[in-house]
Design a binder for this molecule. Structure first.
Ligand code: MF3
Ligand code: CO
Ligand code: CO
Length: 276
């Protein structure tokens, strides 16, 4: 059985308990989340054929420096970049490098800024030029699955309700949910209790209570769900080399439902693709 602890009384490490944060903490998360989201907004104009993922990473680093924020991934468990850039069949944790993006690629950019101790963790998919219909559909399905997960994130529901909402939708669209990576508690820590699985059954898992803060970040494949990690120790790819997409928001549970900390200030939640 999971136990809950007042975040202001908990030590600054993952104790296996679920932290419950207060209103001022939510304000800190909102500032960090909005900074991350504003940076993701800026990237919409930078991603195009010819841009390298290292140029994207340099922009993220400089954006953080200019706003008194530190990229949480920098020197995190040996990772040395300010972002993750995951192209096409890369599921997550792609490492920025000097290869140029090409017309038709899809790239996930995942940024976490630490601002005054608070972690704002979010990612979006960016199209590189014109996409094939299958790629565009995968992005739409993945975004919609995240939003369905967020709709299930409210007091009284469980983490399993979130996973079930995502999995049911994704599989009805004949895509698959990656099992090897999950969302996570965050706040004053980057990766905290509980894990947020993107699959599961209603009513399973941890009960959601006001004050909980965590990410939802489904990875969805056009083919089978299985992944492998390359020899660099980070880059996760689909085993069948099918396309993969991901969106991520950081949210907090409120008495009424939830608050999204990482909504796009410019309203470009699906850069280059929105029709709504
Ligand atoms: N931002 C990723 C997440 O959503 C974590 C990246 S850890 C790294 O949790 F080391 F790979 F950058
Ligand atoms: Co995350
Ligand atoms: Co992230």
């Amino acid at each position: 059985m999971v136990s809950y602890i007042d975040a202001s009384e908990a030590p600054l490490k993952n104790t296996g308990q679920v932290r419950l944060y207060g209103p001022e903490d939510f304000e800190g998360m909102m500032r960090a989340g909005q900074l991350t989201a504003a940076c993701l907004d800026e990237l919409a104009d930078i991603v195009k054929p010819g841009t390298t993922t290292q140029e994207i990473d340099d922009f993220v680093y400089q954006y953080g420096m200019d706003h008194n924020a530190i990229p949480a991934t920098l020197n995190y468990r040996g990772y040395t970049k300010s972002s993750c850039t995951s192209i096409n069949h890369v599921v997550c944790h792609g490492i920025p490098n000097d290869k140029a993006l090409r017309e038709g690629d899809i790239v996930n950019i995942d940024v976490t800024f630490i601002l005054d101790g608070w972690h704002g963790d979010s990612s979006r998919m960016y199209p590189v030029g014109q996409l094939k219909r299958a790629a565009e559909r995968l992005i739409d399905v993945t975004y919609e699955s995240l939003m369905r997960g967020i709709e299930a994130a409210k007091p009284g529901n469980t983490t399993g309700d979130i996973g079930a909402a995502i999995q049911t939708f994704v599989e009805a669209e004949r895509c698959s949910v990656v099992r090897d990576f999950c969302g996570h508690g965050l706040g004053l820590l980057f990766h905290d209790t509980p894990n947020i699985l993107h699959y599961g059954r209603p009513g399973e898992g941890v009960e959601l209570k006001p004050g909980m803060i965590f990410t939802i970040e489904p990875m969805v494949n056009l083919g089978r769900p299985h992944v492998k990690v390359l020899s660099d120790g980070w880059t996760a790819v689909t085993r069948d080399r099918s396309l993969s997409a991901q969106f991520e928001h950081s949210i907090g549970i409120t008495p009424e439902g939830c608050q999204i900390f990482t909504t796009s200030p410019k309203g470009i939640h699906k850069p280059g693709l929105q029709t709504d």
